[in-house]
Write a protein that binds this ligand. Structure first.
Ligand SMILES: Nc1ncnc2c1ncn2[C@@H]1O[C@H](COP(=O)(O)OP(=O)(O)O)[C@@H](O)[C@H]1O
Ligand SMILES: [Mg+2]
Length: 391
């Protein structure tokens, strides 16, 4: 739009006034103008339409403040709501100037006192109203974009602060967890050196075994921590290949069954649905299954069963691992997927608290979901849903 060609919506119930304004507009210096005249507010609202996103048919509203279906300032609000970008110039009688000033405060761009209007004054007021509204709109848009940028930046800063806090907690817990096995190694190595001649061969073997197992624990902890670090910095590699999931699961069940046998725990493996090869990352799937099956065995009492259901559906594959072990207190279930969180009922059962965090990251890398249902003292069921990815 240029200010030389404008489309005006005139809302005026008095025909003589309307005609006079039209005359003034013709005499004025607009190269082109069009005017739609309505006598009621309701007709004006119809003329504007109710789609506030649609491009506006008009450049300006000339509004008489005394209409048959709306009095005074009441007319402003519905018009501004319906067409927030349209400038409004109000028309008042000589004794209504106070009301006109109030209208400007409430969102009109200007006012004209009817008896004082002449063509120059009218044109100047209309041009001024349109330009002022354009400036206001530009400012409003700028303000909005600044507000959005401030919000985005604040969210980024909060996230960065959380990540920093998480990193320092992570490092301090990790150092603490490494110190324990290190102390055990130092102690055993010290004893082996200083009291070598007093130690029986059996005691020596026990100390060597202690050192080996402390080193194994440390090495596992470091591997797990480095996995979480990689995942958090977005460097988790997810290489999808076609996998025969049944064969893959059988191999892992056999592997875990060896540990389970020491507690006389039986892993029952059921396959349901129509078997198809899936696309997945072998390493990540291995993490998922060894951790979930390993936990089920570790947190179960001797002489029990762990049930592993592998369910093929049309859009997804479900891995469900169910045990009747110690269970997890309900209020602690959500946090267990965060690194280092262990439930309060684990007692002396060893662990790093990193396994489920690794499982969750591995599941998410496949676009899947994991949830837990558990009751303390009764048992737990972990359910992983992986979408069937297409090659
Ligand atoms: N099958 C389960 N039964 C009972 N508790 C479980 C089970 N699996 C996980 N948990 C709880 O979740 C915590 C986190 O598990 P995980 O991350 O694998 O760490 P970890 O086993 O090394 O402690 C465990 O410490 C335990 O409290
Ligand atoms: Mg574990």
């Amino acid at each position: 739009m240029t200010v030389d060609s404008i489309h005006i919506l005139l809302i005026e119930d008095n025909l003589a006034e309307a005609r006079l304004l039209q005359e003034f507009l013709k005499e004025g210096s607009f190269k082109e103008f069009s005017l739609v005249h309505v006598k009621r507010l309701s007709e004006a609202l119809d003329a504007i339409g109710d789609d506030i996103c649609a491009p506006c048919l008009y450049d300006l509203i000339l509004l008489d403040l005394t209409l048959p279906d709306s009095q005074g300032l009441e007319s402003l609000k519905p018009l501004i709501t319906r067409a927030p970008c349209l400038p409004i110039v109000v028309l008042t009688n000589t004794n209504d100037e106070q009301l006109a000033i109030e209208a400007v405060r409430k969102g009109a761009q200007d006012y004209l006192v009817k008896r004082q209007i002449n063509p120059q004054l009218l044109i100047r007021s209309l041009r001024y109203a349109i330009e002022r509204k354009q400036v206001l709109e530009t400012l409003r848009a700028l303000n909005e974009s600044l507000k959005n940028r401030v919000e985005e930046r604040t969210a980024e800063l909060i996230k960065a602060r959380e990540v920093n806090q998480f990193k320092s907690e992570f490092v301090s817990i990790l150092s603490h967890d490494i110190r324990n096995p290190l102390n055990a190694i130092l102690l055993s190595a010290g004893l082996l050196k200083s009291s070598d001649d007093q130690l029986t061969p059996d005691k020596k073997v026990a100390h060597y075994q202690m050192i080996r197992s402390a080193i194994k624990n440390m090495s596992l902890l470091l591997d797990e921590a480095s996995f979480i670090g990689q995942a958090d910095s977005g460097k988790l590699n997810c290489e999808l290949i076609e996998i025969d999931l049944i064969g893959f699961c059988h191999a892992i069940v056999d592997e875990i069954q060896l540990t389970a046998a020491q507690k006389n725990i039986d892993i029952v493996f059921n396959i349901k649905g129509n078997h198809i090869n899936i696309l997945g990352d072998e390493k990540l799937l291995h993490h998922i299954l060894t951790n979930l099956l390993g936990n089920a065995v570790k947190y179960s009492l001797s002489n029990s069963k762990v049930i592993f259901d592998l369910i093929f559906q049309s859009q997804a594959v479900i891995l469900r691992i169910q045990d009747s072990g110690i269970g997890i207190p309900i209020q602690e279930q959500k946090q267990l997927f965060q690194p280092f969180h262990r439930a309060s009922n684990v007692g002396k059962i060893p662990g790093t608290g990193l396994g489920l965090a690794i499982v969750k990251k591995s599941v998410e890398a496949h676009g899947g979901e994991i949830y837990v249902q558990s009751q303390e003292g009764i048992g737990s069921t972990f359910t992983v849903t992986l979408p069937l990815l297409k090659s």
